[in-house]
Design a protein around this ligand. Structure first.
Ligand code: CUA
Length: 335
């Protein structure tokens, strides 16, 4: 009788565990790993998942068995037997979970420490976050600036974060690591890309109306291609790469504004293709109106839009040359 019960509980447990395992394995819950750090995070994920499936299968098996084995016939109104604890069982269900939770905690601490280790000679990339765009600076490459994140393969990369305004959060899903970007605090993480390809950096901290558009393209390339890219960028910037169009893209204007010359279709702020008409309405010269809207966006609010949405700090985060070329690009492109 007792042996029969154990056999049945074991069989139910195996069926439950098999179903859970199929759900865990057949559904792609995580993106394909593209970094060493993500490999370690996946290991913790599976470590905890295997433990969870085993415990769940055990509990479900005992529960399902009991529901059928100990059910009372419909006419039975009598009380069940009164049972007082079971010391052995209580010790077991205290010690086993304690060991499992400690094991998960220790493994996580080891992975956290490994993932925070930049090793010797890491490459640093400075990340500047601003409503609603990401900008990257490569201090090892003459402070090369880019609005696309390009990383060499298999290199430990330390990201140093700075926010101009509110809390943003840096996350490339396939690379696992995630870090809040907090104004006034210098945060950083390490990423070691293990696969070439194109990825997306997304902001995962609600940071304002344009939060959902705060994304940046990421590309992982071989060291040779990376060096080539750096060279191209440096040549580009010495031959007038700081054009209004470049500033428009790198400052993230397009995520909020529609503007045909930049092929942008943002809907959060006013349509810049109508800027000449808007300037006329405000009684200003288009260039002066555009400049004022960039450095002091709350002075004149276009009808149908709210104050305080357009970041008010572009006057500080862009250089005066950048602002001038941006003003030229926007005011001339709209005519
Ligand atoms: Cu930046 Cu959400």
């Amino acid at each position: 009788m007792r042996r029969g019960a154990i056999v049945r509980i074991t069989l139910i447990g195996i069926v439950v565990a098999a179903i859970c395992t199929l759900v865990a394995v057949l559904i792609p819950w995580l993106p394909d790993s593209a970094s060493k750090q993500m490999d370690r995070i996946e290991f913790i994920y599976w470590f905890a998942t295997v433990i969870s499936i085993a415990i769940f299968a055990l509990v479900a098996a005992v529960l399902l068995y009991s529901v059928f084995a100990f059910r009372s016939p419909p006419e039975d109104e009598s009380d069940g037997p009164s049972i007082h604890g079971h010391t052995g069982l209580e010790i077991a269900w205290t010690i086993v979970p304690a060991i499992l939770v400690i094991a998960i905690g220790v493994m996580s601490a080891v992975v956290l420490s490994q993932n925070g280790n930049a090793g010797t000679n890491p490459m640093t990339i400075k990340v500047f976050a601003q409503q609603f765009a990401w900008r990257f600076t490569y201090p090892g490459e003459n402070n090369l600036k880019s609005n696309k994140l390009v990383m060499p393969l298999n290199r430990n990369i330390t990201f140093d974060f700075e926010s101009a305004d509110v809390i943003h959060s840096f996350w490339i899903p396939a690379m696992g690591q995630k870090q809040d970007v907090v104004p006034g605090i210098n945060t950083s993480i390490v990423v070691t890309p293990t696969r070439t390809g194109n990825f997306t950096l997304i902001c995962t901290e609600l940071c304002g109306l344009g939060h959902a558009t705060m994304r940046a393209p990421v590309s992982v390339v071989s060291q040779v291609d990376f060096d080539k890219w750096v060279q191209e960028q440096q040549q580009g910037s010495s031959s007038g790469g700081g054009s209004g169009q470049t500033v428009f893209a790198s400052a993230g204007c397009g995520s909020c504004h529609t503007f045909k010359p930049a092929n942008s279709t943002g809907k959060i702020g006013p349509d810049l293709d109508n800027i000449a008409a808007d300037a006329k309405k405000a009684g200003e010269d288009p260039a002066a109106y555009v400049k004022e809207s960039i450095v002091d966006p709350n002075k004149v609010i276009a009808s149908g839009y709210q104050a305080g949405v357009m970041p008010g700090n572009f006057g500080q985060t862009l250089s005066s040359q950048e602002i001038d070329s941006l003003v030229k690009f926007v005011s001339e492109g709209s005519q």
